[in-house]
Design a protein around this ligand. Structure first.
Ligand SMILES: [Zn+2]
Ligand SMILES: [Zn+2]
Length: 383
């Protein structure tokens, strides 16, 4: 069943809003199996598995790193589909549309895991709540949808790019976490929800759909300024009768916390690096995973473009160069490596072949350069 909170080093904190932040401890298990495969809308035919089966697959909804909209890739977002249930990992730009294009029913969505609060990972998060409530064919979110992610950072380190001060937005609360992000968005969009309600278009009140959990890292020894990614063991943050999810801390420059997630399914293990520099925590997280989904940047590309030294240093502190990614997979003994969250994201800047060759430098196993709506099936224990 769903525990709605982390164990070991992590526990759920009480919600500012009791309705959103509580009361769904047994919800996922109680809902049971629902849902039929949705209809794909003019999209590449995905491998949908069988309704009600335990067949598991990874669907790359968006594979771009960074927030800037581009035509070739949507923002970072991945779905793990286990039979008739869907678990979402990050919700970058266009995630909700890509989710539907992949043929995934909204009613199958059970949980959303947010690695960190950079906008390229959260741009579409609230859209699932705001837009996905009442489609003409009756498909809609089914309450409760668990949403797990960072709490308030609690502090910010100095800017990396020089002494020029940058004024804080919302100085009274400059480091809001997941709950403030969602609840603030809900408040700001009150009018549309209230009008929807009067128009009879909202079957479920929005506050009853989501169940928010801010993953507590207070017992990891981490610090938002001095030690954002101490060496820790993965810890469980979610469990139901299909999957178990563990988290760890990655090293993502100034960002805190930046989670990686390990998803244990009936058919194998999928690990997500999140945004991170090369880090031992991620290698442990991905130990003997069947699929490691790892971010990658091309430092060479930015050097060739004469980016300033501060930016290059930022890249190295916050991301993993493509020539290092294979080493992560090799040391983790991962069976397959999938590159996603590519920076730069435009194929005209760094083609798939370059990504592939970079990752293969130190990893002999299969390497997949992720593209939007790509499906990676898990082969099961004998595969
Ligand atoms: Zn990112
Ligand atoms: Zn990031």
């Amino acid at each position: 069943m769903c525990n709605g909170q982390a164990d070991g080093t992590a526990e759920a904190r009480p919600s500012r809003r009791a309705v959103i932040g509580s009361a769904a401890v047994a919800g996922v298990a109680a809902l049971g199996a629902v849902g039929m495969p949705g209809r794909a809308l003019a999209a590449p035919a995905p491998d949908r598995g069988r309704p009600g089966s335990a067949r598991t697959r990874l669907v790359l909804l968006g594979t771009a790193g960074g927030p800037v909209p581009i035509a070739e890739r949507f923002g970072i977002s991945s779905a793990v589909v286990v039979g008739d249930r869907t678990y979402l990992f990050d919700a970058g730009r266009g995630s909700a549309s890509q989710y539907v294009r992949a043929g995934l029913p909204l009613k199958s969505l059970r949980a959303v895991f947010v690695t960190h609060l950079h906008a390229d990972h959260t741009a579409d998060l609230f859209n699932y709540l705001m837009l996905a409530q009442a489609s003409p064919d009756g498909d809609a979110l089914v309450a409760p949808v668990q949403v797990l992610g960072p709490g308030p950072a609690g502090g910010m380190g100095p800017p990396f790019a020089g002494p020029r001060p940058v004024p804080n937005v919302n100085p009274d609360n400059p480091t809001p976490g997941l709950k403030d992000l969602i609840n603030g968005s809900l408040d700001a969009n009150a009018y549309t929800f209230n009008i929807y309600g009067r128009e009879g278009a909202t079957p479920i009140h929005p506050e009853s759909i989501l169940n928010l959990t801010e993953i507590d890292v207070s017992r990891t020894g981490a610090d938002p300024i001095k030690n954002r990614a101490p060496r820790i063991r993965p810890f469980t943050v979610f469990e139901d009768d299909r999957i178990r999810v563990q988290a760890t801390l990655g090293a993502h420059g100034l960002v805190f916390p930046a989670f990686g997630f390990r998803v244990e399914t009936p058919d194998g293990v999928i690990a997500f690096s999140g945004d991170t520099a090369y880090h031992e925590n991620i290698i442990e997280l991905a130990h003997r995973s069947d699929v490691l989904v790892h971010e990658a940047v091309s430092v060479d590309y930015y050097k060739d473009k004469n980016q300033n030294e501060a930016f290059i240093e930022h890249l190295k502190e916050a991301h993993t160069d493509v020539t290092q990614v294979g080493d992560v997979a090799r040391r983790a003994s991962a069976r397959r490596l999938v590159l996603s969250h590519l920076g730069p994201a435009k194929p005209s800047m760094v083609p798939d072949r370059t990504w592939y060759q970079g990752a293969r430098q130190s990893f002999d196993g299969p390497v997949v350069v992720g593209n939007d709506l790509m499906t990676v099936p898990l082969r099961g224990k004998k595969g």
